[in-house]
Design a protein around this ligand. Structure first.
Ligand code: NAG
Ligand code: NAG
Length: 277
């Protein structure tokens, strides 16, 4: 079948070939590409590529497993001993194209780095599956910006950002180290991190089954051009607190409360969901 149709197809333009290969979304694909290119409105008239801020979210493996409903599904690979990437999320992006599949070959050259810095911590989800979901949910929304307009570029940018934020060292230098005994105040962490982030990051905690507040995530606001800080996030409705963007459906993260000290637990590869008993 392919043999017989291939030669005539070669005379068609690449765009037409592309449409032929994606019959399910071919009808809207062309319109979507136009929208991407010109930042036009989507079909239901909401802004399409009008997002101004993008959240770079890092997670701490010592607290991550406590954010899951099913902690026993959690797995922190032996090689992971540092903050890892959760995602790069355009803030309040809408109507992103859902017909841009990502294939292994798209990001093959980054696989080793992604495995180190952007691993899945779920036994039931391969890291590639995790990356694919992040691309589908958020990458395609970011892809209307030059420099992030392919899976390869989107993941490259994310890795570059990861290299820019060495939280482990910043915190360590300030005496904030993972500990089962010593709780910290959110203000202490802000004092260390904020000067490097141009804006107040959201320091996120979960409440573990012993009622302790456990630090597991930081959301860093960036502008569209990826410089730190973004002063547009209150524009839409005046509630910067709604940074709580998309994440794991099973995560119960919330901003670490200012009055209650929280824990920065060490990573325990053997008992990832109970590093401190
Ligand atoms: C954590 O990652 C940073 C890069 O962001 C690196 O410089 C540092 O050595 C790592 N720390 C540990 C303890 O692995
Ligand atoms: C990035 O965008 C912000 C906000 O729009 C702007 O203030 C800043 O000057 C830009 N930085 C660069 C390097 O373009």
């Amino acid at each position: 079948m392919w043999r017989s149709v291939l030669p005539p197809l070669f005379s068609l333009s690449p765009a037409v070939l592309f449409l032929l290969q994606l019959p399910d979304c071919a009808a809207t694909q062309e319109a979507h590409w136009e929208d991407y290119k010109y930042g036009r409105q989507g079909s239901d008239k909401k802004p399409f590529c009008s997002w101004k801020c993008i959240l770079f979210t890092l997670q701490w493996p010592g607290g991550f497993c406590q954010s899951l409903d099913k902690g026993n599904l959690c797995l922190i690979p032996q090689s992971i001993n540092n903050w890892t990437i959760h995602g790069l999320w355009p803030y309040r992006a809408m109507n992103c194209c859902s017909c841009w599949p990502m294939f292994h070959s798209d990001i093959q050259e980054l696989e080793a780095e992604l495995t180190e810095h952007w691993p899945s911590f779920l036994k039931t989800k391969s890291s590639f599956h995790f990356w694919g979901e992040e691309w589908q949910k958020h990458g395609v929304c970011a892809a209307c910006v030059e420099g992030m307009n392919s899976p390869l570029r989107y993941f490259q940018i994310s890795l570059k950002l990861r290299g820019q934020f060495d939280f482990h060292k910043l915190l360590e230098d300030a005496g904030i180290t993972p500990s089962c005994e010593r709780p910290y105040k959110v203000e202490e962490v802000h004092q260390v991190l904020d000067p490097h982030l141009g804006d107040k990051p959201e320091i996120q905690c979960v409440t573990d089954d012993k009622g302790r507040e456990v630090w597991f995530q930081v959301k860093i606001p960036l502008s569209r051009n990826l410089t730190v800080g973004c002063h547009h996030h209150g524009d839409a409705d005046g509630t910067p607190a709604s940074w709580s963007g998309p994440g794991w459906s099973s995560s119960h993260g919330h901003p670490c409360p200012p009055q209650v000290p929280f824990y920065y637990f060490p990573i325990d590869h053997q008992h990832p969901q109970r590093p401190c008993g």
